[in-house]
Design a protein around this ligand. Sequence first.
Ligand code: 13P
Length: 270
Amino acid sequence: MRTPIMAGNWKMNCDNEQARELAAAIAQNAGDMQDCGVILCPPATALTMVQAAIEGTNIGLAAQNMFWEEKGAYTGELSGPMLRSCGCKYVIIGHSERRGRFGSVADDFTAELQKIFGDSDASVNRKIKAALSYGLTPIVCGGELLAERRAGQTDSVVKGQVQAAIAGLSAEQISPIICAYEPVWAIGTGEVCDAGEANRVIGLIRETLAEAVGSAIAEQIRILYGGSVKPDNVRGLMEAPEIDGGLVGGASLKADAFCELIAVAAQVGE
Ligand code: 13P
């Protein structure tokens, strides 16, 4: 039995005061949650603030990205040890937005953003290795674009992303990793992936992991679904046997909605 996880990816939202309020409200409602892991992923500027608000609770802190070098002349980047010193236990790696793959942004703007947010399969792999070496648990993301889905490439894209992400890692290194399947077309669009289809693709991710680490370890790895998870669609997703929780954007910015998601995941996971 895998304990579900509900992770709130706040993306580029919340100044420090808003972050403190949101984290405090979630901590008050779900801080002692046992049946569902809760992870907050605020912007880097608010990590310390949020850590103070969740201190002494069961809630974990995650960064949204990191660079693989330990320190040095990398203006604007953040290292694993820096994130650890803010209280992070987790770090999101390879979010589609960091790969420059967007579901709700016009194509010409996407082309520009791809140059700025340039994570590739290779850099995702390096970041995962670095995160693990600094004691951070990576939350590794992948998912297909709408065009890829329409072209029948969903399985090959997702499988390829997973294989590239874990390339060169031992079973021992892979076993603590958390994965997230986030179909790009479902992110921030309100168009959730059908629970049966999300379950199928997550099953494929688990099979791909099993090829590398064996099925006993793959069965223990938590694989989340992300993309327009909301209180009104969360139950069907959480009831799907392969889906071990959610990576939530928009609905994680409202304490009530996010706590509802946590409560459903905990209830279904029991
Ligand atoms: P939304 O829940 O806003 O669709 O975002 C999903 C996501 O990208 C979480 O990482």
